[in-house]
Design a binder for this molecule. Structure first.
Ligand code: ARG
Ligand code: ZN
Length: 880
């Protein structure tokens, strides 16, 4: 079959399952290469099903070893079994049981879907369609069953046996070296939330008392010797549980909450009911091996998976098109949690940065898709920034537009009405429609249309009439499969500022719906008039990034500089500097490409000094404000004929000008000690961020003395944040001490694969012509493991996504390296391969020579025989 011949699954084709499975009893007898799974299913036809409808169960690479119906073996001609499906041709019309036995080889399951082994530990990943690699099943999220799971294993190989729910029984199996455990999960759940873990693991334990006084045992299971690295994760879990009670009124609903950390995991983590399984990089932390960012990520991912217990598990998705019903909502919830734990403004700015660098380009290229896609060939390719991050922005817009009260009422209605169901986005939105009394039909377009809306704003002040008029225009550029789009509902939080920065309150506003400080656009063209404006004002629009749109304001440099220093909304203060920097970097890029001399704008350079020296601003904010838009941001803004080298040069030029103009202030900032011993809290992290940002500026202009200072910082660092910051500067600026420091780091952290990932990543992101050769050599480093997803992310993915000049080398060698890495892993682990290939998504916006190189490599990949469905889907869409 040609890779593009796989059929697409379509939302409009959804039909309810003809059969239900009310109960499942699993007996899993574990052995490394020959595990047997006996699944007893209590099946009954749905009310709408006509008698004799065949029962078709999903499978994936399965071997059937036994089959009984109502306790009797099934005759050969009564069923049909292939590795990919099991058909029961003429099932009884009343309820019946099926007993299916399959045999699995966890040891050689390299796709990390279904039952596999990670460093000897048996573990599972079933979302989205991994349960069908364990047994034949109605492997779809709208089939909810109560699971009882008996696990058997050699006691010495796997002293710990875990599954979902509560532990019912455990003991030795007489006359053998094996033991067993029986777990029962009383909450009906879809198969994608099933989990099983068995291994020789250490346990860190704690407890939590819920708001109604029920005790919950909390356990985190890790490899022996890693127990000391779980404190932060455990603390984050307890804070998440309390927060969901306080803010959303959601209580935990089992006697135990187990988390397991494994070192081979395709994604971040998985919310299996009562048994979350995590990529260990989102659990393990100490100051020696984890950065401040790692601590923040752990807090967020722990919260995310815990919050899924209600948004995802208690209320799940009817089908995979509804993925953002659980993901967008749960990301929104974890972002709010982190905002409450940390600085809200800083968290918001970081989230928007992520959205702009990852989601905006996705939404502007060949992989663009609606937050709720209408079709897919491989669902694993839709765990995207669009579904997750843009999905979260839609929920946030609901809150902004409807107000806190109606939003809370809508959420409560959703929890009350849909608890225990597998439901849809329509059902979710209907709750807010009822709670607010507003018609949300047009708002729903956010789920159905791809692309980032662009809103242009032209403003006119009329002193005589005392009016400010805004002429607003919204468009979504054409995309593959979406030639045109309808206007969206766009809530813009706003304020009008006079020349002293004081807010001017209009007497009346015409032309748009207004509630408090939110005005909402809903037409392609709209004129909004503010009355009673007795002095010239500057509008501050889209405060807090109130809608995921690209705002094009007609304000000039002086206006933006004013907002950058006077806006009371910290987000827009940050955004104003970003907007100016983007304009400036685009201008400089143009000059550099044309071979013309270019001089960075003095006023802009000056403004950065203002931020640096403003002690009233929190250090974390200053560090973010001093960070220019990324090279990828500029590439996305340009949109066509992108020359990454020119962008890189422009970036350097502006950074250097800022560094030179404020060298003394940067020296002072870089020398300010962060008080006390290391603590991962947001305040201390912000102080470190500012110190290291200042050091980064010094590195651009400094001579030998600065180089020595950075080397000293590297040697003396007592935490990973400062150590890796210094190492990055040494390597990326090619300073004399770089090789020595790299060696020292490798020696120090050889025992910590997660720390070594940072070492690979620093080298993969070095903007140097020597990087690619260096990476090829690193793939042969004994500490590199070309089958571990975290290593591949650190070395190949961070090169592809975080090193624009070297990935897009003119000779195509960077593209070839990433494509060949993807092909090398594709047969073993399709999800990791397709993840690597998504980095080609913006190839069409590159200048001709580079675009040609990318295209020929994509075509070569596409024509490779036996390409996985995952990879074929990405490459096919990239080429469309
Ligand atoms: N539901 C998980 C989360 O918390 C992600 C699982 C993704 N798995 C996959 N095979 N695509 O976001
Ligand atoms: Zn999730």
């Amino acid at each position: 079959m040609r890779p593009d011949a796989a059929p697409a699954i379509r939302l409009e084709d959804y039909t309810p399952s003809p059969y239900r499975i009310d109960r499942v009893h699993l007996t899993v007898k574990l052995a490394p290469t020959a595990t047997s799974v006996e699944a007893k299913l209590w099946v009954r036809a749905a009310d709408h099903t006509t008698a004799g409808t065949p029962l078709v169960l999903d499978g994936d690479a399965l071997t059937l070893t036994g089959l009984e119906l109502n306790g009797l073996p099934l005759l050969q001609n009564a069923f049909m079994a292939t590795p990919a499906r099991l058909d029961i041709k003429d099932p009884p019309s009343g309820p019946f049981t099926l007993k299916i036995t399959t045999q699995l080889d966890p040891e050689n399951n390299t796709a990390l879907m279904g039952l596999y082994r990670s460093s000897g530990t048996y573990c599972t990943q079933c979302e989205a369609e991994g349960f069908r690699r364990i047994t034949y099943f109605l492997d779809r999220p709208d089939v909810l069953s109560v699971y009882t799971t008996r696990i058997e294993a050699r006691a010495s190989e796997a002293p710990v046996l875990l599954s979902n729910g509560n532990l019912l029984d455990h003991g030795k199996i007489a006359g053998t070296d094996r033991h067993f455990a029986v777990w029962h999960d009383p909450h009906p759940k879809p198969s994608y939330l099933f989990a099983l873990v068995a291994g020789d693991l250490a346990r860190v334990t704690d407890s939590f008392t819920t708001m109604s006084g029920r005790p919950v045992a909390l356990n985190i299971y890790v490899e022996h010797g890693r127990e000391g690295l779980c404190d932060w994760a455990m603390d984050s879990l307890k804070r998440s549980m309390r927060w969901d009670e306080t803010v959303f009124g959601r209580e935990y609903d089992l006697e135990v909450f187990n988390i397991v950390a494994v070192s081979d995991f395709n994604m971040g983590a998985m919310e299996n009911k009562g048994l979350n399984i995590f990529n260990d990089k989102y659990i393990l932390a100490d100051p020696e091996t984890a950065t401040d960012q790692d601590y923040a990520n752990i807090e967020a991912v722990i919260a995310h998976e815990y919050f899924h217990n209600w948004t995802g598990n208690r209320i799940t998705c009817r089908d995979w098109f509804q993925l953002c019903l659980k993901e967008g909502l749960t990301v929104f919830r974890d972002q709010e949690f982190s905002g409450d734990m940390r600085s809200r403004a800083v968290k918001r700015i970081s989230d928007v940065r992520l959205l702009k660098t990852h989601q905006f380009p996705e939404d502007a290229g060949p992989l663009a898709h609606p937050v709720r896609p209408r079709k897919y060939k491989e669902i694993n390719n839709f765990y995207t920034a669009t579904v997750y991050e843009k999905g979260a922005e839609i929920v946030r817009m609901l809150k902004t537009w409807l107000g806190d009260g109606a939003f809370r009422d809508g959420m409560n209605l959703y929890f009350r009405r849909h608890d225990g169901e597998a439901t849809t986005i329509e059902a979710f939105i209907a709750c807010f429609q009822e709670a607010s009394g507003k018609d949300l039909t047009q708002f729903f377009r956010w789920y159905e249309q791809a692309g980032t809306p662009k809103v242009t704003v032209r403003s006119a002040y009329d002193r005589k009439a005392m009016t400010l008029t805004l002429h607003l225009n919204q468009t979504i550029p054409p995309l593959p499969g979406q030639p045109s789009a309808q206007p969206a509902v766009i809530p813009l939080r706003f304020a009008l500022l006079d020349e002293r920065g004081q807010e001017v309150i209009p007497a009346r506003i015409d032309g748009a719906e207004v509630r408090g400080d939110v005005l909402t656009l809903d037409r392609a063209r709209q004129t909004v008039t503010f009355h009673g404006i007795d002095r010239p004002v500057l509008p501050s629009l889209g405060r807090g990034f109130s809608a995921p749109v690209q705002l094009e304001l007609d304000q000039n440099t002086q206006d933006f500089l004013f907002l950058a220093s006077h806006d009371a909304d910290p987000f827009n203060r940050w955004q104003s500097l970003q907007t100016l920097s983007t304009r400036e970097l685009i201008r400089l890029t143009g000059h550099i490409r044309a071979g013309e001399p270019a001089e960075p704008d003095r006023d802009l350079v000056q403004a950065f000094g203002g931020v640096l020296g403003d002690d009233a601003l929190e250090p974390a904010f200053r560090a973010l404000a001093l960070t220019l838009p990324t090279e990828l941001d500029i590439a996305r803004e340009l949109g066509q004929s992108v020359d990454p080298d020119a962008i890189h040069a422009a970036q350097r030029l502006l950074l250097k000008a800022i560094a030179t103009a404020h060298s003394t202030a940067f020296e002072t900032a870089a020398a300010s000690p962060v008080p006390g011993p290391y603590s991962p809290d947001a305040k201390a992290a912000g102080q470190r961020a500012l110190v290291n940002k200042a050091l980064g500026y010094l590195a651009l202009t400094g001579g030998e003395e600065t180089a020595r200072l950075i080397a000293r910082r590297f040697e003396q660092a007592d935490n990973m944040t400062d150590r890796i910051a210094a190492l990055t500067l040494l390597v990326h600026h090619d300073l004399a001490d770089a090789p020595k420091a790299l060696d020292a780091f490798r020696k120090r952290h050889a025992g910590s694969p997660l720390a070594m990932d940072k070492w690979f990543q620093v080298q993969a992101t070095a903007p140097s012509g020597a990087t690619l050769a260096r990476l090829r050599a690193l793939t042969r480093d004994p500490l590199y493991d070309a089958s571990n997803p975290n290593r591949i992310r650190a070395l190949v993915q961070s090169f592809a996504m975080g090193n624009p000049t070297q990935f897009a080398r003119k000779d195509g060698a960077g593209f070839a390296f990433v494509a060949d890495s993807a092909l090398a892993i594709d047969g073993r682990n399709p999800q990791v391969a397709s993840m690597l290939l998504t980095s080609f998504r913006s190839w069409r916006s590159l200048e001709t020579a580079r675009a040609k190189a990318a295209e020929s490599i994509l075509k070569r990949v596409f024509e490779t025989g036996n390409l996985s469905r995952d990879s074929a889907d990405i490459v096919e869409r990239c080429l469309q």
